[in-house]
Design a protein around this ligand. Structure first.
Ligand code: INI
Length: 154
């Protein structure tokens, strides 16, 4: 018989850490609200959720790494918004964040969930922060719960 593992999307009793950047806070606060709403709708109590604010997307990495390595959380959600046009180093910030969060996933048993918007315009970011295209924070929370459940079963 084939053993098949599928993650339930329920918060369970686990702890969830959310790292959120202040840069573009108008957007990231909406991602955070979406993530908390999704976790609580799926059964998480306030005591299961820890929020850590950092200055910008680049600083998500060290905070998320420490939280993941602490072993206290079932998943670490990384929320940020990198928007082109505000800086010439958009591409470098994106590269660093993608690579950094990926590295955490290689090195830690705790999944680090990528909820960082990388957009050309503020409008695109707004669309993904609760307007036309859903809320990337809420989606990151669904992924976090599913992965927490999958990892528990493996
Ligand atoms: N940080 C962001 O979170 N979003 C951005 O759009 C952004 N831009 O465009 O520059 C950004 N830069 C700051 C960066 O994340 C670091 O905080 C900074 O370089 C200090 O290390």
């Amino acid at each position: 018989m084939i053993k098949e593992i599928k993650g339930q999307i329920t918060a369970g009793k686990a702890g969830y850490a959310i790292v959120v950047s202040r840069f573009n806070e108008f957007i990231t606060s909406k991602l955070l609200a979406g993530a908390i709403d999704s976790l609580t709708r799926h059964g998480a109590g306030d005591e299961q959720i820890s929020v850590v604010w950092v200055p910008g997307a680049c600083e998500i990495i060290p905070a998320a790494k420490k939280l993941a390595q602490s072993g206290k959380y079932a998943a670490v959600l990384c929320l940020g918004a990198v928007i082109r046009g505000q800086t010439g180093h958009y591409d470098y910030v994106c590269q660093q964040v993608v690579r950094g969060i990926g590295q955490i996933n290689y090195e830690s048993k705790t999944p680090a969930i990528f909820g960082v918007l990388t957009c050309e315009t503020l409008e695109q970011a707004l669309d993904r922060a609760g307007a036309k295209m859903g809320n990337a924070g809420a989606e990151a929370a669904l992924t976090a719960m599913e992965m927490a459940n999958v990892m528990e079963q493996i």
